[in-house]
Design a protein around this ligand. Structure first.
Ligand code: SF4
Ligand code: SF4
Length: 243
């Protein structure tokens, strides 16, 4: 009986893998996989859409570009970096995934994070809820006043905005000032009791960077720049990221 030989990816050249290798330092080691599976074992996206990190990398190596571009699995990656941390060959799977996301037309990327990115670009607070500088200041001062009055032991607690020379520049989840402002207070209390010198910035206070998750390079760089400029302007020593 004649043997049937199945050749996977015959005559295919992986333009995706090649392109990403050209972008990354040392090619992201993308050709060095031992297929050990360590990456998939601790990955929160393993099993979603019947996919995992090792399988995805094998598909890229086999030149299955069409399947890779169609897959929604790259959008389920949290960019947590666990895979590269445990990989014996330090293969940069998160960067492979990021660059594959960037290949999808912007308007076809997942609506939720796309709209949050677009909203964050509307003003320099970078709030994914579109909160303005004035509204943020109003909410912070209003909530602070309530707690100072209701809880005398926190009467001299502060929640400063644009304080110069603070040790920490604190960021803030975009949602809380709008939907659950009381949720901001526990951290203020901890910082107060610990005697920490901190501040919010009127610009760049929002902690998320949905534009990074949407793989919009110009947009996420803009967001990081606004935050960095504000930290430098205020002379804060440390950017304290709670997101
Ligand atoms: S951990 Fe690294 S070497 Fe092992 S399968 Fe994953 S990518 Fe390949
Ligand atoms: S970065 Fe993405 S692929 Fe890697 S472990 Fe995290 S979720 Fe999984």
């Amino acid at each position: 009986m004649a043997e049937e030989i199945v050749k996977i990816g015959k005559n295919k050249k992986s333009t995706i893998l090649q392109m990403v290798k050209e972008i990354l330092p040392d090619g992201g080691n993308l050709n060095a996989c031992l297929t050990c599976g360590a990456c998939s074992s601790g990955c929160p996206a393993t099993g979603l859409e019947g996919m995992d990190a090792r399988k995805f990398l094998r598909m890229a190596a086999l030149g299955m570009d069409e399947e890779i571009l169609k897959s929604n699995w790259p959008w389920m990656c949290t960019m947590c970096q666990r895979c590269i941390y445990v990989c014996p060959m330090k293969i940069d799977i998160p960067q492979l995934i990021f660059n594959i996301r960037a290949m999808r037309p912007r308007e076809e990327r997942p609506k939720g994070i796309l709209e949050s990115c677009n909203m964050a670009l509307k003003n320099d607070t970078l709030s994914a809820m579109g909160t303005t500088e004035e509204d943020f200041q109003f909410v912070v001062e209003d909530v602070l006043g309530e707690y100072q009055e209701a809880q005398p032991e926190f009467a001299d607690m502060e929640a400063p905005i644009d304080k110069e020379g603070a040790e920490f520049f604190l960021n803030q989840n975009s949602r809380e000032p709008v939907t659950e402002p009381d949720e901001m207070v526990p951290l203020w209390k901890i910082l107060h009791l610990a005697g920490v010198n901190w501040t919010y910035g009127s610009k760049g206070w929002a902690g998320e960077n949905y534009c990074m998750f949407i793989a919009d390079n110009d947009a996420w760089k803009h967001m990081v720049q606004v935050k960095a400029d504000m930290v430098h302007k205020l002379g804060a020593k440390t950017y304290l990221n709670t997101e």
